[in-house]
Structure formats: C-alpha cells, structure tokens
Design a binder for this molecule. Structure first.
Ligand code: SAM
Length: 333
C-alpha cells in the first residue's frame, strides 16, 4: 500500500468521482443547453484507461468510487468498467462502488450493477409530474425512469433520489416527492442549483435556497438532525412522520468545503480538485506517455498539492455569468 493522498489542508482524498462520458440522453434545463457540443470520441479515455487511473487512486487511499457523467449508463460497454472495478471491492481495497444516473437505462442494467457489487445508486429526478419532467429534462420520459427505479429496487439496490430544487418549477412538489420516496423506503436529497456552465434560463430565476424549503417542511413535519453521512456534502434530517431521511446539499447557502475528501476525473482524463474552481490537472498525458504508473502518480500528487480550500459560488444580479464555464455534465456533479 502506497501513502494516501493528503491535500495541503490535511484532508485525505478518499473519494474519486469519475465522469465516463459528457453525453447524456436528457437535456435538463439547469444543466445543459439544448445544443450542446460534445467531445469527439477520440478525446475520451478508454474504459481501460479509466480503470487504470481509478486503480492508481485506489492504491493511494481512495475508498469510494462514483461513476457519473453526462449519463454514465449511455456509454458503450460501460458494464465492462463496473465489472473490472469490482475486483477492488472483492479485494477489500475499496469500500464502495456507486453510480449517479438519470435512471433512463436502469431497467436494463440494474441487475448487472448489483452483480458487480454496486449496493447504492443515486437517481436524479426532480418531479413526479410527467409533463413537468419532460419540460425539465427536455427529452426525458418519466415512465422509463420509474421503471428503472423499480428494477433497481428489485435487484436489491438501495436507491436515493436526488432532486434539484427549482424556484417556481418543483418547489410545490418537494413534499410530494418526499412522501413518495419515503413511502418506497428511499431517501431524498435536495440540491441547490449551482452556477456551472452557460445555459439559456437565468440562474437567478432557478435558484431556490434550501433554507426556505426546509422551513416549509418544518411547518408540517418534525425534522430531527441526523448524523447519517455518505462521505458527501449532504446534511440529513430524519422526518419523524415518515421515518425517512431528507438530505440537503447547500453549496450556495452553506459551505461544506472544510470536509471535502473528493476529486473529480472527467472522461478526457482531466482531474478537477474542486467542482467550483477552474484549476485542473491533466492525467491523460502521463498515462499515455508511459505504461509504468510513475508519471501518473507524480501528476496525481502534484494535483492534490494544489487542491483549493473551497469554492466561492455566487448567484446574484451583479454576477449573472456562470462561476465556472464548464457544465455540470463535464464534471458529473
Ligand atoms: N446523468 C446523471 C444524473 O442525472 O444523475 C449524472 C450526471 S448529472 C450532471 C449529476 C447531478 O447533477 C444530477 O442530479 C443533476 O440534477 C445535477 N445537476 C446538474 N446541473 C446542476 C446545477 N447547475 N446545479 C445543481 N445540480 C446540478
């Protein structure tokens, strides 16, 4: 076992999120513009190269891998990656291999994911109204996502629903989403919209502070602070009336960077040390320059030594432009 990666602020890097594609079969209004230009396939890391980088991180102390995108399950042969990464679960080097998906392909892949040792999946779903779902995702079909969730539950996967709170869009539905999710034994995490990438609607119009959502829920429910943690930024409450958990991810109203243990690899081999900063490191060149991992390790160490203390997102009228130019689909959320 090599030395774990620790950043200048003493944070151990134990969590790698990997965006395996920038492509998606949805065009969520807060995430992408409708006419996104995608990367040419030749720029992408192969699945074998992604495995190599992930394995290097695992050997330097990464205990959790999350596969994301774009939509990870639309990448061709993606199950080969899950299958090969599952060896790190079997060896005990890795605690968790998980996936964040829009659910459109889950009906097809849920069982295989479970067979590869995946135990939990996050499904992003902002509404239970089919019309509204179509409007938010532009291209999505809610019935397919619901079938995917069903298949995942049948396969024994623990499903968490992630919903972005959107002003005037789903703010009247949060309680319904919670009742539905908790009724099926699924937790719900709410996310504040973040200023990533230029999109058509103005961010300020979409932004709904979760402090307001929480206050509204508190009018009708008893929310008890809960110590549950997934190693992520969500802070949880248990709803006494439903028994389920609601997580709040509040990058805009509350900063959680001091406990950040993660870095993000894009499908082109670029490592972002913070979701909300532009600085990045190229890991594709070192892996393509040599079949030995020495260059890769050096590049990883150098990158982690530059991990910033945190992000500084602002959405207000004086700052109408995106805080960072890349869309969430590049770094995978
Ligand atoms: N396609 C997969 C999915 O739908 O979960 C994985 C990638 S998607 C970019 C990951 C998460 O980021 C989704 O829950 C999505 O709703 C969220 N997201 C996208 N753009 C966002 C933004 N600007 N602010 C907050 N969350 C965003």
């Amino acid at each position: 076992m090599r030395a774990p990666l620790t950043d200048p602020f003493g944070r151990d890097i134990s969590y790698l999120r990997i965006s395996v594609t920038d492509r998606c079969d949805f065009r969520c209004v807060y995430c992408m513009s409708e006419d996104m230009a995608f990367l040419p396939k030749r720029d992408l890391l192969t699945l074998e190269e992604i495995d190599r980088v992930a394995t290097a991180f695992v050997s330097r102390g990464t205990r959790k891998l999350r596969i994301t995108g774009g939509e990870p399950l639309v990448r061709r042969d993606i199950m080969n990656l899950f299958r090969s990464l599952s060896r790190h679960l079997a060896s005990g080097a890795l605690d968790e291999l998980t996936v964040t998906t829009n659910g459109s392909q889950l009906a097809r892949y849920a069982q295989e994911l479970a067979d590869c040792g995946v135990r939990r999946v996050n499904v992003s779903m902002d509404t239970l109204d089919p019309e509204k779902f179509r409007k938010i995702t532009r291209w999505g079909d809610l019935s397919k996502v619901l079938a995917g969730i069903e298949a995942a539950r049948k396969a024994g996967l623990r499903v968490k629903i992630n919903a972005v709170a959107l002003k005037g869009v789903n703010e009247d539905e949060i309680e319904g989403l919670m009742q539905w999710a908790h009724g099926l034994g699924m937790d719900l995490t709410l996310i504040e919209v973040m200023p990533l990438g230029e999109i058509e609607p103005a961010r300020l119009d979409q932004f709904l502070p979760l402090s307001m959502v929480r206050a509204n829920l508190m009018d009708r429910y008893t929310l008890d602070e809960d110590p549950y943690r997934t190693g992520g930024p969500a802070r949880y409450v248990r709803v006494r009336e439903t028994g389920g958990l609601v997580g709040f991810i509040t990058p805009m109203t509350h900063n959680f960077c001091e406990s950040c243990n993660r870095v993000r690899l894009t499908c082109t081999g670029t490592l972002y040390m913070c979701l909300g900063q532009e600085d990045a490191a190229d890991l594709r060149s070192p892996i393509r320059a040599s079949s030995d991992d020495a260059l890769l390790y050096r590049a990883m160490e150098e990158a982690i030594s530059r991990k910033p203390k945190g992000h500084d997102f602002v959405i207000d009228r004086r700052q109408p432009r995106a805080a960072v130019g890349r869309h969430m689909s590049v770094t995978g959320g």
